[in-house]
Design a protein around this ligand. Structure first.
Ligand SMILES: [Zn+2]
Length: 657
């Protein structure tokens, strides 16, 4: 359903939203003289035709902002016309559907009891979205709110003809209403067999939701820990309900996309009540809206790889909606073809998708938008055309990365800062050395190869049963790299006896102490904007990983390249290579792949190179079990495809694509 997508932003909001919001918003979309002509442009046939010519096959546009079905009826009719137009050009349309704003100034026309739908602050006041007093935040336990959203969905599918929904702000901030207080107590009563042991309380009849702290660095209060469990389950249940309803109503045809503001900072369950592992099957696409636009900065390398890795792990597609900023911190669009090429290369290599969140952004000059910049659009057109022709290299592939980093939701939830920083330190270290890796989870090791290296990043909060599962991995022969501390606490935050040997000493288990320079990490910023050197390891992290990997090893004659490996539907071995420093072309690059020694023939006879640029395959040569590939003129990106089991066949040499 989501294979081969080339997507584009096509406006989020109905016209009256800009008028109500005014011009003071931090968003790049604010009320201005250009808004109406630009808005008309979004709905024009010429614009849709241009999109189709660019190979764009999916757009998301305005549908429901929270003003109400009655107040938004007229603009929804514009959406309906746009859907009909887009369908004539083979373009699917997702409707924007706001999940965190009730505009009482209009919605009260339809719901007298709207105050009862709203979430409450700890002091009992109505919670408002983003400080906008006219946007009440709904309580995710309000059945009336959920019933209304079903009405919105049904209207979108049946009357507007949408191909799916883009649920925005689909997260759940703390709510202290009476309904939530009761629901939390009920949850505790059902979940805790022995509250005296877990909480030191004989019953939970009088507990109240703890005071929220955004600055919490590790969870020590057991009730707070239970509240986080409860909140992530609540969000997951709302996502599952929405997903089930959309799929049922559309007979599985419609697409469900969420923007839960993930990943951004540490403590995602604490801040927004969202954990992708809790509802992995309740979404097709997740927006990654953060400041991780791929870029070399003075502080280090920014990427969106973390977000794409979550998509790979949980089986959803990622719309990279990251913001690029100028020197003053203002949001800007990519200005050079190098910036565009990097953004798309990252999406192809790690996500198997491409698109543009900025193509239709207004230039604040009448109806003009970014699409009118000919050079800019030409770059996108070339890449989208390349993807349309070669999508088999990027979609429906199986990742074959020999390093697996353990993603442990409970640890990230409870170890908060240390847990997330440990994960990021590992991810950043692997990214910077071009070491291909994937995430894995203890309860699903299907994608983990027999000899894959498993990295345990700062896993401190882990149950006895999970410790046993880690031990079993070691027994099976997996090398384990334990970064930082391990298993200091159980899943309830009870400290284990210091010095107790939860993992016995073995040659295949390496421990790498990891220290953080907390001052280098600004929790308000997304990780990718910070220094790459957030952690200090006693030895070079890359060196240790290099010694421990027993699968295919990849190295480059030039440092600083990004790499991903996969296997396509026909079993061809794929190596994607990205040059983040693409303002300079690499004239000559040797890519070395060392395969495990098994005494037989070299595993592949053919090598081909694909790129949307002019990169060239000069030749390749086997030296024992090492394949040396000679690549010329690499600017941003190339894919190397290895196949054929006999070296006697004629090797295909030459540039493709
Ligand atoms: Zn509530």
């Amino acid at each position: 359903m989501t294979d081969g997508i080339v997507w584009a932003f096509w406006g989020h909001e109905p016209l009256h939203h800009y008028r109500r919001m005014g011009s003071g918003a931090a968003s790049i979309f604010k009320n201005g003289k250009w808004i109406e002509p630009w808005y008309e442009r979004l709905h024009a046939e010429d614009t849709i035709r241009q999109a189709a010519e660019l190979k764009i096959n999916l757009v998301y546009t305005h549908f429901f902002k929270g003003f109400g079905l009655r107040a938004e009826k007229e603009q929804m009719e514009r959406t309906r016309e746009l859907v009909q137009l887009a369908h004539r050009y083979g373009i699917k349309v997702l409707g924007y559907c706001q999940l965190n704003s009730l505009h009482y100034e209009t919605l009260l026309d339809e719901a007298d009891d709207l105050e009862d739908w709203a979430g409450r602050n700890a002091d009992g006041g109505i919670d408002c979205w983003g400080g906008a007093y006219y946007r009440w935040v709904p309580c995710f336990n309000s059945d009336a709110f959920k019933r209304y959203m079903r009405k919105v969905i049904a209207y979108g599918l049946r009357h507007i003809g949408l191909d799916g929904f883009h649920f925005d702000n689909s997260y759940n901030k703390p709510c202290y209403c009476d309904r939530c207080q009761h629901a939390f107590r009920r949850y505790l009563a059902d979940r805790l067999h022995d509250p005296e042991r877990t909480l030191g309380l004989r019953h939970v009849s009088h507990v109240r939701i703890p005071a929220f702290s955004g600055a919490v660095e590790a969870i020590s209060d057991p009730l707070y820990g239970q509240w986080l469990h409860y909140r992530r389950q609540l969000t997951a249940s709302v996502h599952e309900d929405l997903f089930g309803y959309v799929k049922r109503l559309s007979e599985d045809r419609a697409i469900v996309a969420h923007n839960p503001a993930f990943p951004r900072h540490y403590g995602h369950v604490n801040r927004i009540g969202y954990e992708p592992a809790c509802s992995p099957d309740a979404v097709d696409i997740v927006f990654a809206e953060n400041d991780g636009f791929i870029e070399m900065t003075e502080q280090g390398m920014k990427t969106q790889i973390e977000a794409y890795k979550y998509g790979q792990l949980f089986g959803y597609q990622v719309f990279n909606s990251s913001w690029l900023k100028d020197g003053q911190g203002n949001i800007r669009v990519p200005e050079t073809s190098e910036e565009i090429c990097l953004f798309e290369a990252e999406a192809l290599a790690f996500g198997g998708i491409c698109g543009s969140p900025w193509l239709m952004r207004p230039l604040k000059n009448g109806s003009r938008c970014v699409m009118d910049r000919a050079d800019h659009t030409k770059t996108l057109a070339d890449i989208f055309a390349y993807f349309s022709e070669h999508s088999a290299l990027y979609t429906n592939v199986r990742r074959t990365n020999p390093v697996k980093v353990l993603y442990h939701p409970d640890n990230l939830m409870l170890a908060v800062k240390q847990g997330y920083l440990s994960l990021l330190a590992v991810v950043q270290s692997l990214v910077l050395k071009g070491t291909p890796f994937s995430y894995c989870m203890l309860d699903d090791m299907r994608e983990v190869g027999d000899s894959d290296l498993i990295v345990l990043p700062g896993i401190d909060y882990i149950s006895d049963a999970e410790v046993a599962a880690v031990r079993a991995l070691s027994d099976k022969g997996h090398p384990l790299l334990v970064v930082g501390s391990f298993a200091a606490y159980n899943e309830c935050g009870v400290e284990r006896e210091p010095g107790s040997p939860v993992l016995e000493e073995r040659d295949s288990i390496v421990r790498l102490p990891c220290r953080f320079d907390a001052a280098k990490y600004d929790p308000r910023k997304h990780f990718s904007a910070m220094s790459a050197n957030i952690a200090h390891f006693d030895r070079s992290f890359a060196e240790v990983v290099g010694e421990m990997v027993s699968g295919v090893r990849i190295s480059f004659s030039q440092p600083g390249l990004l790499c991903e490996t996969a296997s396509d539907a026909k079993g061809h071995y794929l190596v994607h290579v990205i040059n983040p420093g693409n303002t300079e072309t690499i004239d000559s690059l040797t890519v070395s792949l060392t395969f495990p020694l098994d005494g037989g023939q070299p595993p592949y006879a053919h090598c081909e190179l694909y790129s949307f640029e002019l990169a060239e395959l000069k030749g390749f040569e086997w030296i024992d079990n090492r394949l040396e590939i000679d690549v010329r003129s690499l600017k941003t990106f190339c894919t190397l495809k290895l196949y054929g089991s006999s070296v006697k066949e004629t090797a295909a040499i030459g540039a493709k694509g």
